[in-house]
Each structure stands twice: as C-alpha cells, then as structure tokens.
Ligand binder design. Sequence first.
Ligand code: ADP
Length: 215
Amino acid sequence: MKNVIFLAPPLAGKGTFSEYLIKEYGYQHYSTGDLLREKAKRDEKLQNLLLSGSLVDDETILKIVKEVLQKRESSKPFILDGVPRTLHQAKNLDIILNDLGCNDFVVIQIKTEKDILVDRVVGRRICPNCHRSYNVLLEGFKPKNEHICDACGSTLIQRKDDNLESFEVRYQAYLESTVPIISYYEEKGILRTISNNESNQERAFEELRGVISGH
Ligand code: ADP
C-alpha cells in the first residue's frame, strides 16, 4: 500500500477516509490538527490561534511532522492528514520524506462543494478517544446515541473551531495557501482526485481503494 497525503478543504472527509484506511489496512495516521489540539492543551496562544481558524506557522508544523515520522513503524504505510497546507511545507516535506526514505506516496485531493462543507460544520461531533467523527444533523452520519461514540463508548465533543466563522477562515486559508500545492503534485505525477459530495460514501471508498493500491 502507498503512503497517503490528503489535500482537502475543511470538513471534506480527510478524517473519515483516514479512519477507513486505518481500519481496513492498518495505516498509521498522523493528523496535524489532532497533534496541534493536543499541544494546545498546554499552550493558550496556540489554543486561540486554532480557534480562529488561521494557519499555524510552517516551522512548527514541519518540526511536529518530522518528529512523528521519525518514530513511525517503517513496516506500515502512513497517512499525513492536514499537512502540507502551504507550498513551503510541501517542499520541505519532500526533503523530510526523502531523508527518511519514504518516496512511495500518493497525494489524494478530496473535492467537495463549499455549500456541502458548510452543511457539515455545525453538526460535526468527534470522539476525543478514538477520533471517529459523526454528524448529528445528517442522516447516515448520526451516532446511535447523540452524545456517545458508537465505536468506543466515549462522550462525543464538538470542536471549538467547528463554527461558521472559523470555518470561513479555514476555507479561505485552503483557497489561498493549499490550492497552489495541487499543481505542484500534479506536475510530479502523483496527484489523484476523489469527489466526496455524496452522502453515500461507499463509492468514494471504492475510489480510495483503487488509488492506494496504484490502480
Ligand atoms: P480542518 O481540516 O477541519 O480545518 P484540522 O484538524 O486538519 O481541521 O486542522 C485544524 C487547525 O489546525 C487548522 O485550522 C490550522 O489552524 C491548524 N493546522 C493543522 N494542520 C496545519 C498545517 N499543516 N499548517 C498550518 N496549520 C495547520
């Protein structure tokens, strides 16, 4: 299986696709959002920055990513979820991955219409323990009990940045900083695109299976 880098606007489905790859294929998962939220518990300035939806500086991100990749199990494929988000991160990530000998990866762009992303913001709930995500407002994504994770029984939480104001900042950051990376990977010939506009995700998962196995 190829290592995977996801490029996607907020709420497009990076977390859900990651969860599928972890469960089905044993991928290791590195989400910069999760790593930063953990770090922010001890750092009020970072907490406020995440709340606003603005991007964290490139050097902090690169340091975190390098650290987790150095500790990975080299026998298992991995997912980078949330990085790179700027061209500077993408170029430096190439150097990190090259130094670690991880050259076999595919970059998956997830495409979702903005109005669908907006519909997903307010109802998203996350399990703080196993990181599974749900949506209490959308059929097919609701947990059995509105407050409890189906998978592990933990109490679900709402991310503080899952409000329309912060979403708008994150979406603009995606357009301005992350979209330019798409052509960078396209020119390298390693970009694949999956649409995730529908409420039935089976078709998207089928495409995902094809992409990671190189078909
Ligand atoms: P989403 O995709 O829903 O916006 P994430 O959990 O991936 O959520 O990221 C949450 C926040 O963490 C972002 O809004 C940003 O502030 C910060 N962040 C995560 N990854 C990066 C990155 N690679 N570069 C800069 N900031 C990042």
